[in-house]
Design a protein around this ligand. Sequence first.
Ligand SMILES: [Zn+2]
Length: 293
Amino acid sequence: MAQKPSHIREFQKRFPDEDSCLNHLMRTRFGERFTCFKCLKESTYYRVRGRRSFECEHCGYQVYPTAGTPFEKTRTSLRDWFYVMFLFCTTRNGVAAKEVERQLGVTYKTAWRMCRLIRAYMGYVDGDYPLGGPGKKVEADETFIGGRDLNGAPDDKAVVLGIVERGGDVVTRYIFDRSACNIAPNVKKFVKQGSRINTDDWTGYQVLTERHGYEVETVNHSAKEYVRGDVHTNTIESFWSQVKRGISGTYVWVSKKHLQTYLREFEYRHNLRQQPALMFELLLQAFPKVQVE
Ligand SMILES: [Zn+2]
């Protein structure tokens, strides 16, 4: 069931200040009470004033909840991080660093770094799991994204392969070119055997056959055939439109070097489209656990 996306007021109420964010991080990662890492007693950790740490009620051992998270080594406040993550989850077309710069009053460089890190983090939380399975429909298609060079002249475009399970998740890969040797290995990696793969008539997919455990059905785009019964690539194509709207509308220009990270951001929103309220929630809960000696 679709849930309503979080509202900005709810965000402000939940995270009114830095302390509320730090508390959230501490409780999410360690819980209310836990066995102290040093004295090994059941303990409640209390906030240490003036620091981003909490200390054991028995032995005073301090834990920094930001350690091991993406926020560990930044001077940016946690609340700013949370707020920008919130923006990423409540927009359809992405968040421009310029907008973050303006809203937070940080430098463009800081804003850009925050956005890059959040995109990578969204990719980490989303993961890339194999799609499809026996009898399931998967669409595969590649597209060109880009590109202008620094002088504004048209650049050579980047090729991106997209694979989507109908009604399910999407996986994308920036690939060197659209030859079979770049397409086929990725399809094999991200599509489970037994799937029915829908593609267009591009030769890059023709090596995928029953021998590889797939049933491949194609629509002949060169002959202007776009749908034949339930064979089509409309799902992946509407995903491409979303990505292109975001990239040309919000980001204007994306270098090949960073393209995959941008794609992860769009994957994340697509894969959680039916539970938009979870988008922000998962980012708030997936902090990797720290290793404590
Ligand atoms: Zn202790």
